[in-house]
Every structure is written in C-alpha cells, then in structure tokens.
Design a protein around this ligand. Structure first.
Ligand SMILES: C[S@@+](CC[C@H](N)C(=O)[O-])C[C@H]1O[C@@H](n2cnc3c(N)ncnc32)[C@H](O)[C@@H]1O
Length: 377
C-alpha cells in the first residue's frame, strides 16, 4: 500500500470510528423506537397467531442461552409479528396493577370502558381485578384489532368471570350511553389525538357521577436523556444537543401535522382539570422495560426479538421517510437530518450485533403516567 493510500485509509477509518462513536445511547435509540411503536402499534400488531408463541417459551426448542436466539425467532416468525404484540403484555408489573386496582376501587367497578382498546391487551390485564359478572366494553376504530380482541375474549371470559364486549367506534363520539360506566380508561390513545380534550370530554360523559376517568399516557421525550452504561455519562454536549434537536423537531412536527403528541402524559392533569374532572391523582408506572444480559426470560427474549425486527426491517421508528416528514414539519432541514440519519443508522447496526450476541444493555427507563380524575357528584 502506498503512503497516499494509507492516508486515505486512516481518514476512512477515523470517519467510521467517529460514526460508530457511542454518543447516542441505546436508551435514546430505544426511546426513539418506543415512541414510534406507540404511534404505530396498530400496524405492528396486525397479526397474532398465538400458537406460534410456543416458540418463545423456555421449555420449547429455543434454549435460553442460545447466542442467536432472538435472531432465530425473527427468522422463524418473520411474518407472524406475534412477538411484537406479546411483548406489550410485559408493559406492567402485575403487583403494580393490583395496587392500582385497590387505589381505584376496582372491586366496585361493574362497568369498565377501554377506549382505543386495540386488541384489548389492557382489558385482559385488568379483568382479573374486577368483580364477578363485570362487563368490560372495548371501543376502537379498527375492526381488525377488534376481531382479535373478540377471539381472545372467547377464550378468557370464563376464566375471569368477566364479560367482554368489543365494539367499533370513534373515541370522539363514543357509542355508549351517558352515565353508564363506573370507569373509562385509555392507554396510549391520547398521544394520537389531534384534540385529546374531545376524547376526555366523551370519557367523562359516559362515566357515572363519582366514577373514574383514567388516562395512561407517556412522556416519550424523557428517555432521550437516559444512559445505558457508565462510559456514556462522559458525553459530548454538542452531539447530545444535535440529537435532542432532531427528537424535539420530530415530536413537534408530529403535533404540527395534527397527528398527536407522543409526550402528552405530562400535560394530562391540566387537560383533566380543564375537562371538569375532580379529585385528580397522578401515578407513574414502576415498570422498567429493561434488557440486561443474560436474556434468560421470555420477556427479555421478546423485547430483544422486537428490537431486532425493527432494526432489520427499518420499522418501529427506523423509517427514513416518516422521520424526515416529522422533522421537516418541526422546522428542520433535510441536510441536518441526513447527517443524523447516517450516524444513527451505523449506531443501530452496532446495537443489532449486540442484541444478537445478547450483550446489549438497556436500563429500560420510561415515563408512563396514570392520570386519574373523578366525575363530580
Ligand atoms: C397505540 S394503540 C393502543 C391500543 C391499546 N390501548 C393498548 O394499549 O394496547 C392506539 C389505538 O387507538 C385506536 N384509535 C386511534 N384513533 C382512534 C379513534 N379516533 N377512535 C377509536 N380508536 C382509535 C387505534 O386503532 C389503536 O388500536
């Protein structure tokens, strides 16, 4: 190799090293992904052949310590996407849900409405805490999710001794009678709404006096300031600011386009008060969506499989066009976005390798609010 070639080689290597520099933490990539997941869950959750979930159980063919387990899962379930839906079931600690059920007096809740229920994930998680013969009504605008919710309801109704009724409808004009429910709740619905106050108004309308309105919504920007390991705490301020600029503009852009706001959780107490709800209380989920080696539980393997799927297929937050659209709507330009994208892409590839080797650490910090209000007597 000539001296000239070596010089070029050194420059190229230096660039690659810079691009691979860990200035963007996995937590921030993960936060970015999570916020996108929340806004695109319906697409991701399209299929759910539950029989394939056996593949994920430890007593089946996938052995816990297999190094490429998550990747194998992806290969085998490439089109099923079932693990993407299932990993959402690990969004809550069960004892925390039990605590909530006590705080919100679930044992006297005979009529509960799940607004924007999707496939009814939260309805099924809360059902065990309701009294016998209670009825949970799930409302969603997407028939394909309701169909899956109904299929699952047929399997679990007897077990929980609770009935489920999944109905198509618009959250802004709920197909339920006024004063008919003891509680109405939504989970990651308001982040999609151009006018969340309208939905809260409807939830208030259908709840009886003294009953509860509950909104479970995140602040997805918060995770952008989280670290995955100690070395990242020695960060480069300018690079961090560049990254935050991208995230802030994307969030703002989504709002500008009327597609909701992914960090609406913080603003809910204000919206609840404006909706005329009383006795406001704010709780925060104690669940960490962590990924700490070894990946020796079904929950961790699902989470790893989900991340691998997103990175490999450029879904779940990795789509260039969509992010650029939000960024531009938030006041950004293509040139700065492309510079960021190039760096982020290389970082993702690094993360992908670590995930497949089960070496990737995520502390799993996230900020999910549970905001509660009552309909005044
Ligand atoms: C992120 S998903 C959350 C699903 C479910 N709450 C959960 O936590 O698993 C948002 C859901 O809101 C539904 N949705 C969006 N806009 C709606 C509207 N205007 N009326 C009713 N449902 C709506 C979508 O179809 C989707 O199922």
């Amino acid at each position: 190799m000539s001296i000239g070639h070596r010089g070029v080689y050194r420059v190229v290597i230096q660039h690659v090293k810079t691009l691979l520099g860990r200035q963007i933490s996995f937590a921030r990539v993960f936060g970015f992904i999570c916020s996108f997941l929340l806004s695109h869950f319906p697409l991701i959750a399209a299929a759910r052949p539950s029989q394939k979930l056996g593949l994920l159980l430890p007593n089946r063919s996938f052995y816990v310590s297999e190094p490429y387990l998550a990747s194998d899962l992806i290969q085998k379930e490439k089109h099923s996407e079932s693990h993407l839906v299932e990993s959402r079931e690990y969004w809550w600690n069960n004892d925390y849900l039990e605590l909530l059920s006590q705080r919100l007096d679930f044992k006297h809740c005979n009529r509960m409405a799940d607004i924007g229920c999707g496939q009814g994930m939260m309805s099924f998680l809360l059902a065990p805490f309701l009294p016998e013969n209670a009825l949970i009504t799930g409302i969603d605008s997407e028939t394909k999710y309701l169909k899956r919710a109904k299929q699952k309801a047929r399997k679990v109704s007897t077990k929980h001794q609770v009935s489920f009724n999944f109905v198509e409808g618009d959250a802004q004009r709920l197909p339920l009678e006024s004063n008919s429910q003891d509680m109405a709740f939504c989970q990651t619905l308001l982040i999609h709404m151009q006018q969340p106050e309208k939905v809260l108004g409807e939830m208030k309308r259908i709840v009886k006096k003294g009953g509860y309105v509950v909104a479970i919504e995140p602040n997805n920007l918060a995770s952008n300031l989280m670290f995955d390991n100690y070395s990242q705490t020695d960060y480069n301020v300018e690079e961090m600011l560049d990254f935050l600029e991208i995230r802030l503009r994307c969030e703002k852009g989504k709002r500008q386009l009327g597609e909701g706001f992914n960090s609406i959780g913080d603003a809910l107490p204000d919206l609840f008060a404006k909706a005329g709800l009383s006795d406001l209380e704010v709780f925060i989920s104690d669940k960490s969506l962590n990924l700490i080696p070894p990946y020796n539980s079904r929950e961790k393997r699902l989470r790893a499989a989900q991340l691998i799927e997103w990175i490999e297929n450029q879904t779940g937050g990795f789509g260039y066009d969509e992010n650029l659209r939000y960024y531009k709507a938030g006041g950004g330009g293509k040139k700065s976005f492309d510079a960021y994208w190039q760096k982020a892409y290389r970082y993702q590839q690094n993360m992908l390798t670590e995930l497949k080797n089960q070496e990737c650490f995520l502390s799993g910090g996230n900020l999910m609010y549970v905001v509660v209000g009552r309909v005044p007597e």
